[in-house]
Each structure stands twice: as C-alpha cells, then as structure tokens.
Design a protein around this ligand. Structure first.
Ligand SMILES: NC(=O)c1ccc[n+]([C@@H]2O[C@H](COP(=O)([O-])OP(=O)(O)OC[C@H]3O[C@@H](n4cnc5c(N)ncnc54)[C@H](OP(=O)(O)O)[C@@H]3O)[C@@H](O)[C@H]2O)c1
Length: 301
C-alpha cells in the first residue's frame, strides 16, 4: 500500500519541490491549499499527481478531515506568527486528532536549537512552536539545512560579482553551512517516507568559509575576487539594532535587519553544521556552492 504524505505550503518554493520528489517516490500525495492560493500553482500540484484539499478557514475540523489516513505531515509554510505559530498549531492539532504518527515542522534553517530567544526573530517563532510540538505525543523531525545555497546568487550579499568582492563579517575561515532548496526538498521527501527518524537531522550540501568562497568565485567567474570585511560580529550586531530601529518592517517576513540577523547567526561558531545526516539517503547528490555558481554562470552567459 502506498504511503500517504500530506504537504502544507505545497504552493511555495520549497513545498512544490517536496511534492515533486514525493511523486518520484511513489507516495500518495495530499496537499492542503487555501481557496486564495494561486490557481496556476494548484494546477501544477495536480500535474504532479497530488490530491488537492482546498480549505476556506484553516480550522481544526477541515484539516482533520484532510489528515485522515496520512502517515506523515510535512509543513513547508512560511510566514510570521500567524503562520509559524497559529496556522502550524492548527495543522499539528489536526494531525494528532487524525492519529497521524509523524510531523515535519517548517524549520529548514540553521540550527537554532543552539541559539537563544532574541537572537533571530524568525527563528524564535520556530523555537516557540517547538515548545508546543515537543509536549505532544506525535513523533517529529526537524531538518536543519543551514542557508539555502540558491540565495548566493540573489538575496544574500556574500558574493558581489560585479564588484569582485566577497563581503563577509567576522572570521574569514569560519565555515558556513549551505544546502540547495532542491537537496533540502529531496531530503525532506525521503524523511517523510522513512518509518522512523530522529528529532533532528542536520545536513549541508557544502560547508565553506568566505576565504574558500573567494577561491571558488575566482574559478567560476574569473580572477581577481578580494575579501572585504566591514567588521566583526559586534559591529554587525550594532548595525542590526540601528537598521531595525530606522526601518522596523514588523509585518515583513524578511526586512533588511532580519537578513542581517541570519548573517549574524551564520558567522557564529554555534551555527556550525556537520554533515553526519547527509549519508542517511545515499542516492542524494549534494550540490556544492561551486556547482550552484557554475549553473548560475552558465545560465547568465
Ligand atoms: N534556510 C534558508 O535559507 C531558507 C530560506 C528561505 C526559506 N526558508 C524556509 O523554507 C520554508 C519554506 O519557505 P518558502 O520559501 O518555500 O516559502 P514560500 O515560497 O513563501 O511559500 C509559503 C507557503 O506557505 C503558505 N502560506 C503562507 N501563509 C499561510 C497561511 N496563513 N495559511 C496557510 N498557508 C500559508 C503559502 O500558501 P499560499 O500559496 O496560499 O500563499 C505557500 O504555500 C520556510 O520554513 C522558510 O522559512 C529557509
């Protein structure tokens, strides 16, 4: 009998790819979408073979019906409190009410278990959700993947290609953890299909320092990239405070200061990620930072 896997947030960037990998694994896929979700994305999910559950209210009774017979619920929701706490709690309660044995929360981040409240607003919401999750009887697995490697070619200002600079804070030899969105999605699909998984799985497609990124950038884009260090953790921390004060963006998921908080966490030695859990699914081909930059370079030629 096929395993039934339910994905919430399936219309999203990560969620859609998880569904795609699940379809290659012969899972029976169920997705919960909202009535206001984009029609074209719902069509894509149908094409991938997913059964679509449209909810109008995202309440316990609607979601419990969607969770009947499911062996694992994956949450790939993204948002602030009303999503990571409120919407995820309803989803979790529904999974428990329907006797779903396993739940994968929408973490997909650096290992925030090593940090404290106040060090990253978005990760604090995940920690708060964990406090609720860990008191329930459901078996859960969080996937800690560091930063999405894909961000290196758009949102994350580490490699400034035109200026030929590697802009970093802190220590040039501190290794950062990166995993592509695709690798994270494939890994998550595997975790969902597994019978038993530990509470935390820590993965990285690459562990690389700014100094090593410079070497890779030289190889991919040509010489001569230079390292540029505006300051250390303390200065970055001050800039975060000032930027947040001037431009709070309270209702935005990724205001400028929030991106800086992620950077502040990444350069912290507590964010070190080992790759021990990569080998759990040997069929996954892990993409390095060099692979991602090479793909980008070949597409922009
Ligand atoms: N480690 C990293 O570097 C990194 C970077 C980016 C994201 N992430 C994480 O990856 C996960 C997925 O992010 P993503 O970029 O794929 O997000 P995304 O593309 O913005 O998709 C968000 C999903 O959440 C759904 N959603 C939003 N608000 C909702 C609500 N109130 N009720 C129900 N559904 C709601 C959306 O549904 P609709 O289509 O209906 O709006 C969509 O399916 C998140 O945990 C995110 O924080 C990690």
């Amino acid at each position: 009998m096929k395993k039934v896997i339910l994905v919430a947030g399936a219309t999203g960037n990560l969620g859609m790819r998880i569904v795609s990998y699940l379809s290659q694994k012969n899972a029976e896929i169920r997705v919960i979408v909202r009535s206001e979700s984009e029609a074209q994305k719902i069509k894509m999910l149908e094409t991938l073979g997913a059964d679509i559950y449209i909810t109008d209210h995202w309440n316990l009774s609607e979601l419990t019906i969607a969770c009947q017979g499911v062996s694992c619920v994956i949450s790939a929701l993204a948002g602030l409190r009303e999503v990571i706490i409120d919407a995820q709690k309803v989803l979790l309660d529904a999974a428990i009410a329907a006797n779903v044995p396993r739940f994968i929360p929408s973490d997909f981040s650096l290992d925030f278990t090593k940090f404290f409240y106040g060090e990253n607003r978005n990760l604090d919401l995940r920690r708060e959700f964990h406090e609720y999750l860990d008191k329930t009887s459901i078996s859960s697995t969080s996937i800690m993947n560091g930063a999405f490697t894909d961000m290196l070619t758009d949102q994350m200002p580490l490699i400034l290609i035109k200026q030929k600079l590697i802009l970093y804070w802190g220590d040039a030899d501190h290794k950062w953890g990166f995993t592509t969105i695709d690798n994270t999605a494939e890994y998550t699909a595997n975790v969902a299909m597994d019978a038993v998984t530990p509470r935390y799985l820590r993965i990285a497609g690459d562990l690389i320092s700014p100094r090593e990124v410079k070497i890779v950038a030289n190889e991919v884009f040509g010489p001569k990239f230079r390292l540029f260090r505006p300051g250390g953790k303390w200065l970055l921390g001050m800039l975060i405070k000032i930027t947040r004060k001037l431009s709070p963006g309270k209702n935005e998921l990724y205001p400028a200061w929030q991106g800086m908080q992620y950077m502040h966490n990444l350069i912290d030695e507590r964010a070190n990620i080992d790759k021990t859990d990569n080998d759990r699914y040997p069929e996954i081909q892990w993409k390095t930072v060099k692979d991602v930059l090479t793909d980008y370079q070949s597409k922009t030629l």
